[in-house]
Design a protein around this ligand. Structure first.
Ligand code: FES
Ligand code: CO
Length: 334
């Protein structure tokens, strides 16, 4: 699957960055290969339009924000949050109707910016614990990884890699992961299991437990195509919900956005401790995932990968995406 070649992939909400990354000036990035410019309008709401001026194709993201509109850096044409051109400082020869650049759905949710290029299939994933009494959010990462988004998603449900990739952190030595269950949901599935892990220094600080070992009871929810909310419950009652977006930017380039929702307090475990441990773990993953092929075959026609019995979650992800692609007439896989 090529993330820039599948019109289907434009029909989902993607988490692109924390709101805090949007300051007074526009920001540019690619989403499914499409250049987009993001900024905050006069009300502070995030906005996204195509990052290509309709006059001489300059990048609007290099421009400025004035009165809540994005202003092209080349000749000063201004565009509102829908992409409509609201000001031309010079005289124009013609004004087509509509007069502007494509605008995209863009909202703030979970203190992050979400963009959908085309009419989305599903709503933004619901995370009931967010904002619930007794829960807090720790915003962790927004980094660009050189791998396919599906590799990051599959890895988040792959408990067989702990003994190898994470042997330096929490991974147990048993290469065979414990049994798990998979249950379909409307927009993905949930995987449940209990995984014994080590509890080394760094993790002890992050989970507030001093034992050498512990058990992670997990309910890991996958949302098509590239989001997961994985709740880990520890024996001390800590719930740690890892919310991970693998946002397709370009072929072989994925934005890894992650935050955590937890039922403890900053006094019990400072955010830096949570972030420090998860950073260590995510860098262990990144090293390996960036070595994988950027094309993830969804079926045999695209090439072949061998599977382990415990790869069922990843195989199910591929199947769910393949089914949606088949139902999308313009898809290259149809
Ligand atoms: Fe944008 Fe000229 S290229 S105003
Ligand atoms: Co990992």
């Amino acid at each position: 699957m090529r993330v820039t070649q599948e019109p289907l992939l434009r029909k989902f909400w993607y988490c692109v960055m924390p709101m805090s990354a949007l300051g007074d000036t526009p920001v540019g990035m690619k989403l499914c290969g499409e250049p987009i410019a993001l900024w905050k309008d006069a009300s502070g709401a995030p906005r996204a339009v195509k990052d290509r001026c309709l006059h001489r194709t300059a990048k609007l993201s290099l421009g400025t924000v004035e009165n809540g509109n994005i202003v092209c850096p080349y000749h000063g044409w201004a565009f509102d949050g829908t992409g409509h051109c609201v000001k031309v400082p010079q005289d124009v020869v013609e004004k087509p109707n509509p007069f502007g650049v494509p605008g995209y759905r863009c909202v703030e949710r979970y203190n992050h910016v979400w963009v959908a290029l085309d009419e989305p299939f599903y709503d933004i994933p619901v995370i009931p614990e967010f904002g619930a009494p007794g829960y807090r959010q720790v915003i962790e990462f927004c980094d660009d990884w050189a791998c396919a988004p599906l590799r990051i998603m599959e890895n988040a449900f792959d408990n067989a890699h702990f003994a190898f990739v994470h042997k330096g952190s929490f991974g147990d030595t048993d290469p065979v992961p414990p049994p798990f269950t998979l249950e379909d949901t409307e927009d993905g599935f949930v995987m449940r299991t209990e995984v014994p892990v080590r509890n080394p220094e760094g993790m002890r600080d992050a989970i507030g437990m001093t034992s050498d070992r512990t058990v992670r009871r997990t309910a890991n929810r996958f949302f098509v195509p590239f989001f997961r909310a994985g709740k880990i419950t520890y024996p001390n009652g800590l719930e740690n919900i890892l919310c991970t977006a693998a946002t397709p930017m370009d072929e072989g380039k994925t934005r890894f956005v992650q935050w955590v929702i937890r039922n403890d307090t900053e006094e019990q475990v400072p955010s830096e401790k949570v972030i420090a441990f998860d950073k260590r773990v995510s860098l262990e993953d990144k090293l390996i995932l960036e070595s994988t092929d950027e094309n993830v075959p969804l079926d045999a026609s695209e090439g072949r990968e061998l599977h382990m019995v415990c790869d069922r979650p990843g195989v199910l992800m591929r199947k769910k995406i393949r089914q949606l692609l088949r139902a999308t007439p313009e898809s290259t896989a149809a």
